[in-house]
Design a protein around this ligand. Structure first.
Ligand code: G3P
Length: 216
């Protein structure tokens, strides 16, 4: 499983986000790989209405219908066509209590949940919330040139032991098929990545390579 987080990259915002999501869809169709995109809330509907791959939100707030001006309502995310959401990304960290509420609200709205953690140990503490996936990303490697699989492979092995492979995504600096292959070999179910795709000159070529990395 490959999840590209579009973050707020210019190359992955608005019309460009839709274009990039279509490239993901094309690669998923060509390779049969499970490829998903996590996009900004304002882009959810236009993308979910125009691609067949799973579209995820980057965040939701633990609010319900009613008085919650400016928040991201989980039900609205679901109505926009999203299948799930990321929560607690390193760039959007949540207090534990808020995270617990957010996971509950996301599930009530019918959204799958990927909870991010900064270490295997922290990730393991989120198992009690029963998210669909736990994505372990060492913050110091996010957005950099060195992937977690080459800089800190022991993190992946440790995370697989503590969290279990079925729920485990890993990320930070993942850029190519070799990185993906190593992550999977060390026990991850898939990868969460961003800049390797959003900053690529030829995102389709990068995604083809990443998808090939899923087959060992
Ligand atoms: O959510 C994925 C992310 O934080 C990793 O970013 O740019 O290191 O692939 P990047």
């Amino acid at each position: 499983m490959i999840v590209t987080n579009f973050k707020t990259y210019e190359s992955a915002t608005g019309e460009k986000a839709l274009e990039l999501a279509k490239i993901h869809e094309a690669v998923a169709k060509e390779t049969g790989a499970d490829i998903q995109v996590s996009v900004q809330a304002v882009d959810l509907a236009s993308i979910a209405n125009n691609v067949s791959i799973p579209v995820l939100s980057q965040h939701i707030d633990p609010v319900g219908f009613g008085s919650a001006t400016g928040h991201i309502l989980p039900e609205a995310v679901k109505m926009a066509g999203a299948q799930g959401t990321i929560l607690n990304h390193s760039e959007q960290r949540l207090e534990r209590e808020i995270l617990a509420k957010s996971i509950t609200r996301a599930k009530e709205a019918g959204l799958k949940v990927i909870v991010c953690a900064e270490s295997p140990e922290e990730g393991a503490t989120f198992l009690e919330f029963d998210p669909d996936f736990i994505a372990v990303e060492p913050p110091e490697l996010i957005g950099g040139d060195t992937s977690v699989s080459s800089a800190q492979p022991e993190i992946i092995e440790n995370a697989a032991k503590l969290i279990g492979s079925e729920k485990l995504l890993v990320g930070a600096g993942v850029k190519n098929g070799e990185d993906v292959r190593t992550c999977i070999k060390l026990g991850a179910k898939g990868v969460l990545l961003a800049s390797g795709v959003t900053k690529a000159e030829d995102p389709k070529a990068v995604l083809m390579d990443l998808a090939n990395g899923l087959s060992q």
